[in-house]
Design a protein around this ligand. Structure first.
Ligand code: ADP
Length: 261
């Protein structure tokens, strides 16, 4: 995936300027354009007229198939693993903004920053697809300290607006080279997302590869933390998905799921 302008700034909070510097800086994601091949097609809420049969076929297949395949590899490239007798782990390549199951009990997870007002990477894609209402909803999430609505490792939930899912769960992953305990922080990310999803009666949830972009968590380590942590919630959901944007991320998750599950 080619990215433009992938740099981020370390930003001191007002309290830092006053001398009370917290242990970790707030990292603001820049807005930047992600140039990537889309594996799915326009969201259901504002479909464009298909220009060809192949467009129409793949649009149909993507929207329905991303969430409904049999065990094993489906025609959409989904791979399923049983986490329990009632819960499947599903891996697929794709764009998480296009993912949905039923629009009522499904949620996607956003790799946000602590301000929760949008940024680059998957955060930018989700905000663009959800529309300005999502930023407004995030704005209304109370700050826990100046400029921080969601501290690293925690999760917050909002509506999804123009996205095809019912809710967006915002979380902040650790910056691999800065966080003192990146594995513990990443485990907290997954646990807190799944806890808040459960509290809100979500049955189907999809994660991107949190911290594996700008925050530079190695894919092999991140996929181990992700797969082994979501397994703890096997009795609480019908399906837990990972929607992985790059072939490398998909391969890492697939390898780890085959090892761990
Ligand atoms: P972080 O700062 O947590 O690393 P990023 O957004 O930079 O978050 O990247 C997290 C992961 O999300 C990366 O693997 C990136 O390739 C992936 N990603 C980016 N856009 C999308 C998208 N639309 N759908 C799914 N995953 C995405």
């Amino acid at each position: 995936m080619a990215m433009v302008g992938r740099s981020f700034s370390l930003c001191c909070l007002p309290s830092q300027a006053a001398g009370a510097c917290p242990a970790k800086p707030t990292i603001l994601r820049p807005s930047f354009s992600a140039v990537a091949p889309l594996q799915c097609h326009p969201p259901t809420h504002r479909p464009r007229a298909p220009s060809s049969f192949s467009f129409s076929f793949s649009f149909f297949r993507c929207v329905r198939g991303m969430a409904r395949s049999d065990n094993g590899v489906s025609r959409d490239g989904q791979k399923s693993f049983p986490l329990s007798s009632t819960c499947l782990l599903k891996l697929q390549r794709g764009d998480i903004t296009k993912w949905s199951v039923d629009g009522t009990s499904d949620a996607i997870v956003n790799a946000a920053n602590e301000r929760m007002l949008g940024g680059g990477g998957v955060d930018g894609a989700i905000h663009r697809a959800a529309g300005p209402e999502l930023r407004e909803a995030c704005w209304n999430v109370p700050e826990v300290r100046p400029g921080v609505r969601c501290p690293t490792g925690e999760a917050r939930i909002t509506g999804a607006y123009r996205l095809p899912v019912s809710r967006v769960i915002h979380t902040v992953g650790p910056v691999y080279d800065i966080d003192e305990h990146p594995e513990a922080s990443l485990r907290s990310v997954y646990r807190n997302c799944l806890r808040i999803a459960k509290e809100n009666h979500i049955q189907y949830i999809a994660f991107p590869a949190i911290s594996c972009g700008v925050f530079r968590y190695p894919l092999s380590e991140a996929s181990y933390v992700a797969v082994s942590t979501v397994k703890e919630f096997a009795d609480d959901f019908k399906e837990i998905h990972f929607v992985l944007f790059s072939d490398d991320a998909y391969s890492a998750w697939l390898e780890k799921a085959n090892e761990v599950l």
